[in-house]
Design a protein around this ligand. Structure first.
Ligand SMILES: Nc1ncnc2c1ncn2[C@@H]1O[C@H](COP(=O)(O)OP(=O)(O)OP(=O)(O)O)[C@@H](O)[C@H]1O
Length: 125
């Protein structure tokens, strides 16, 4: 294949495709709306409790972890449904593994949130 010339327009198009992906995710995947709700909540709490820059970094990594695993889970589900729309034990294992990845990242993120925000809540009580 011939190497393509660098094009700023093509780079902007790839941003658009990524935003199409977000649009699909939040429109079609209801779990992702729950994650979005908690993302906004945690960011508001971060400002309210004035968490420090290291805590912001950890919180942002936790948010990214959940969103990225949710995107990859949805990708795997869609691909699996396309490849094999009928019931199949191998597809079940693939989808269950992808779901386990989202579950793990969500649990870890909740624990991180509790570690950061619980002591701050106690300070104001
Ligand atoms: N083609 C299939 N063959 C066998 N089992 C399947 C198949 N499709 C789904 N499953 C089982 O049903 C579960 C839910 O799959 P589904 O594709 O409905 O995801 P979902 O519940 O919509 O997930 P999410 O809520 O993340 O969108 C899977 O984890 C798997 O155990």
């Amino acid at each position: 294949m011939k190497p393509q010339k660098f094009s700023l327009l093509e780079r902007f198009k790839s941003f658009k495709y990524a935003f199409d992906g977000y649009h699909y995710l939040f429109k079609e995947e209801h779990n992702s709306r729950i994650h979005l709700f908690f993302t906004v909540l945690v960011i508001i709490l971060g400002f309210v409790f004035r968490i420090n820059y290291l805590e912001w970094i950890v919180v942002l990594f936790a948010i990214a972890l959940v969103i990225i695993t949710e995107i990859l889970n949805t990708t795997i589900e869609k691909l699996a449904d396309f490849v094999s729309p009928e019931k199949n034990i191998k597809i079940k294992i693939i989808k269950d593994l992808a779901a386990a990845a989202v579950f793990t990242s969500a649990i870890i993120s909740v624990v991180i949130g509790l570690i950061i925000f619980i002591p701050k809540l106690f300070q104001i009580l």
